[in-house]
Design a protein around this ligand. Structure first.
Ligand code: PLP
Length: 367
């Protein structure tokens, strides 16, 4: 089966690790490991347990569990902290008549939609969402005041999707949770510093395919007892989140490679240099910008002054996506304000030249 027999458009991804485009591409080494996993049998419990320990070693936690998505990791984390070692909750997780603490606190500015609402995954895991603070403000004292005897956990979302200003910091929330003995869950699905949170949170949620660049998968890493609780639910809701043996092998290889890879900021800057040519065009400015969430990413920002070009940035990003043969996806969160970004991380050989030519043609009216 090829993309031509399905009549799919070629896609150039200049937007980042985007679920709507298939997130990331896999290396040969990862594919070889996946083939090994796919073409052999294993005692699956043993594989899951030992692979989890390997993941935990790399992330810097006591134990870990590989799942099929970060969303699954959120749901299983919640199910674990709510159910603890109560096996009857595995069969009756959503039965409200069973007495257990279900309240999960999340700052209002963190209750985001990453493609699916995070609150849906909290409820899938049997939690009841309790928002804290306001859309533009949440202090650690507001969080403290929201904790009740029904509180099962606090979830902190570290993401560019979240409101970044006036939110209690991860460190503050971590200290509070330690003092109050409330489990802290950290959704760091797209973060790059995967080994930075072992001391901060009780459970850490990561995507296996975003920063790490493995196959479609997720990671739940953290304290040994919590991982054990979450694993009980593999025989409950977790069955719908079953991970394949080939994904496990692929993810382990990707993790190993990730610990010594990743393009440096300098390499990223070199990659986007050909785009600077656009800066010569009337009404077009190209600058290099740092990541808004502080990650080790540098991107090119293309600003379009539509009084000089006769087309708005919104038109440019739309025409790039709707190209006849090639669909170019830019990072277009600010297109309404007149600019879009080119993310160098997902670009393949030659892509930057295609993007440069396409933008030039659109802006000069030749597209
Ligand atoms: C992408 C993302 C998720 C979900 O990841 P999946 O693996 O697609 O389920 C969850 N939380 C955040 C903050 C994300 O960026």
């Amino acid at each position: 089966m090829s993309s031509s027999s399905l009549q799919l458009k070629k896609v150039i991804n200049a937007s980042g690790r985007m679920t709507i485009l298939g997130v990331s591409t896999l290396s040969e080494r990862v594919l070889e490991e996946m083939a090994f996993g796919a073409q052999n049998y294993f005692e699956m419990d043993d594989l899951v347990n030992k692979a989890g320990k390997k993941v935990a070693e790399i992330i810097g936690t006591e134990d870990a569990l590989i799942t099929n998505s970060a969303s699954a990791s959120i749901a299983l984390a919640i199910a674990g902290v709510i159910g603890k070692d109560n096996v009857s909750l595995v069969d009756h997780l959503h039965d409200g008549s069973i007495d257990c603490d279900r309240e999960v606190l999340v700052m209002k500015g963190h209750n985001v939609n990453y493609g699916a609402p995070i609150e849906v995954m909290i409820r899938l895991g049997g939690g009841e969402v309790k928002e804290v603070g306001y859309a533009n403000e949440c202090t650690v004292s507001q969080m403290e005041a929201a904790i009740s005897e029904k509180t099962a956990a606090v979830i902190y979302v570290k993401s560019h999707h979240c409101v970044q200003k006036n939110m209690a910091s991860l460190f503050e929330v971590s200290e509070l949770c330690k003092n109050k003995k409330i489990p802290l869950l950290l959704d760091a699905a797209a973060e790059e510093d995967i080994d930075a949170y072992g001391e901060v949170a009780d459970l850490i949620i990561l995507s296996g395919t975003k920063a790490i660049g493995g196959p479609t998968s997720g990671i739940l890493a953290g304290k040994g007892n919590f991982i054990t609780y979450s694993k009980l639910h593999l025989k409950g809701i977790g069955r719908a989140m079953k991970v394949g043996k080939e994904q496990i092998f692929g993810l382990l290889q990707a993790l190993e490679d990730y610990s010594h890879s990743g393009k440096t900021k300098e390499e990223q800057r070199d990659m986007i240099m050909p785009l600077m040519e656009l800066d010569q065009l009337p009404g077009v400015r190209v600058t290099i910008v740092a990541d808004e969430a502080g990650r080790e990413i540098c991107r090119a920002r293309v600003q379009i002054d539509d009084s000089l070009t006769n087309c708005h940035a919104l038109d440019v990003v739309r025409q790039l996506k709707e190209g006849e043969d090639i669909a170019i996806y830019t990072r277009d969160y600010h297109a309404n304000l007149g600019s879009f970004d080119i993310d160098p991380r997902p670009l393949l050989d030659g892509d930057i030249n295609t993007i440069t030519e396409s933008v030039k043609n659109i802006v000069s009216g030749e597209a």
